[in-house]
Design a protein around this ligand. Structure first.
Ligand code: MG
Length: 225
């Protein structure tokens, strides 16, 4: 935390020994989840969130008190609605980030804990193709809600790994990756926690653009514009 109490973006320099794969989380890293969830809640349950965006992971203080105990259930319900979950907008800067990474020759893989059900997988896959392009991600790896990503992270080559949950970023370090936490409204308080200050925090994927431009994968012959 800075002397003024406001977070400072730590724009990281990437280690030299990373592979040409970039691992990205889905919700709140490339997909802007909460505004759509809020509109769905209002439309289908008749209650509006109490503020524009949540300030905690469990949506406490954002969901009306009557709905707070059912937060996990509501998330699962929302994710199972393809007409909503399958049409999430990108987070600011993510389309440009994906374009830049692909142009630089990186391979992108998404690791997303939204559900492993076939319909949710297909809604997410189609959403990603619509926003980022059919071939933007060479693989999307799905986990159940709240599940650890560690076992799949262990199968990946040493990569840049971006998630909005410090626990998943830490799993990345356990698996040998270089993890970065992207700031979101719901993790700002964690960013200022002593226990998470050893992690690199960025404001958005756009913060990684200079590092990507500086580091093209080995064997790549063309230059970035
Ligand atoms: Mg996320």
């Amino acid at each position: 935390m800075s002397a003024t109490g406001s977070p400072i973006s730590q724009i990281p320099e990437l280690p030299d020994d990373l592979s040409d794969t970039i691992l990205l989380d889905g919700d709140d890293v490339v997909f802007d989840y909460c505004p759509a969830f809020g509109r769905w809640l209002e439309r289908t349950h008749g209650v509006a969130p109490l503020s524009p965006r949540p300030t905690s992971y469990n949506m406490e203080g954002w969901l009306p008190e009557t709905h707070q105990p059912r937060a996990s259930q509501l998330i699962a319900e929302f994710n199972s609605c393809p007409e909503w979950f399958g049409h999430l907008p990108p987070t600011p800067g993510s389309v440009e980030f994906v374009r830049l990474a692909k142009a630089a020759g990186f391979r992108l893989r998404m690791l997303t804990a939204c559900s492993t059900s076939a319909s949710v997988r297909s809604a997410r896959t189609e959403n990603a193709a619509r926003i980022f392009g059919e071939d933007a991600f060479d693989e999307i790896i799905f986990f159940d809600l709240g599940a650890s990503k560690l076992h799949e992270l262990r199968k990946q080559p040493r990569s840049l790994w971006v998630d909005d949950l410090p626990k998943h970023v830490r799993s990345g370090y356990q698996a040998g990756h270089y993890g970065v936490v992207v700031t979101a409204s719901h993790n700002r308080s964690q960013r200022n926690c002593r226990e998470h200050q050893d992690l690199p925090w960025i404001s958005s994927l756009a913060d990684l653009a200079p590092a990507l431009k500086a580091r093209q994968p080995s064997g790549l012959s063309h230059s970035l514009a």
